[in-house]
Design a protein around this ligand. Sequence first.
Ligand code: HEC
Length: 120
Amino acid sequence: MASAQEVNIRDGQSLYNTYCWQCHGRDATGDGPMAEMLAIVTPDLTRLSARQGGTFPTEAVARKIDGRAPLLAHGGEMPIFGPSLETDQNVALPLASGQPMMTGLPLANVVVYLESIQVE
Ligand code: HEC
């Protein structure tokens, strides 16, 4: 049995470079080649913390990417990635509140990658 993998930014980055850059851009500022085809503005993912007063919104970001949270299940232009990121390896992502959030490893990796690229 393979040993449990740990959350890591590098795997999150390669996942980003597979699924996300087309819209959000190579440097995640929202200027990917597909962005101009969307009816709504593709958000700059380097300013998620800045827009929340400096705290990275871990849970909201994870739910957005997963896409299956009931509140967010309708209306968005962004695809639902939950099924592509499905895994039986769950990890605990620490939230700002101190509570851990259980997510699959690939989702956790992309969330920590996004957290690592936040700018002031
Ligand atoms: C087809 C284009 C497209 C792709 C591919 C895409 N996104 Fe998005 N994303 C959007 C758009 C448009 C929005 C804003 C509207 C919405 O929330 O649905 C958004 C919103 C977001 C948000 C919420 C930002 C905020 O301001 O709260 C996050 C986080 C995010 N995307 C991360 C990702 C990640 C990570 C991936 C890859 C796994 C990804 N996106 C792939 C188009 C895309």
